[in-house]
Design a binder for this molecule. Structure first.
Ligand SMILES: [Zn+2]
Ligand SMILES: [Zn+2]
Length: 135
């Protein structure tokens, strides 16, 4: 059992791995359902409209969009921006271009790591001496 302070209301509560108290989790669940239903009925709404109509803070809406829990209409305005270049995006953290770049960087890193370590000085010396004996 772990006593920690709620991420939202800062009250102390018994945490079983949650960052928010049970009351806030329930509250957020209700807010999430509200926004989700609103977007379902009003696809393509702007962030201002969503916040005004549902009374939910835009930081929460953005968090759900980044987590991919909420999706906006494909023809509506983009409510998020890429964390790297600022291009408007619909979900997640990065635009397609930055995502591709990120994957390339990761793969490049893996390849570099997989390259065999350089032969030790001792090994190359041994090879040299063998070469001298042969000639
Ligand atoms: Zn709380
Ligand atoms: Zn980007």
């Amino acid at each position: 059992m772990n006593i920690r302070s709620c991420e939202n209301c800062k009250k102390l509560f018994q945490s079983y791995g949650n960052s928010m108290c049970p009351k806030c989790i329930q509250e957020f669940d209700e807010k999430f359902t509200l926004v989700k239903n609103f977007l379902y009925d009003n696809p393509g709404s702007s962030m201002e409209t969503i916040c005004e109509e549902t009374g939910v803070d835009s930081t929460h809406v953005m968090k759900w969009l980044r987590e991919g829990r909420l999706m906006t209409d494909a023809h509506g305005p983009s409510l998020l921006t890429c964390l790297t270049c600022g291009t408007p995006i619909r979900s997640g953290k990065y635009c397609e271009e930055c995502n591709a770049k990120l994957i390339r960087t990761l793969e490049g890193g893996k390849k570099a790591f997989a390259v065999e370590p350089k032969k030790t000085a001792e090994e190359s010396k041994r090879k040299e001496s063998r070469f001298h004996i042969k000639s």
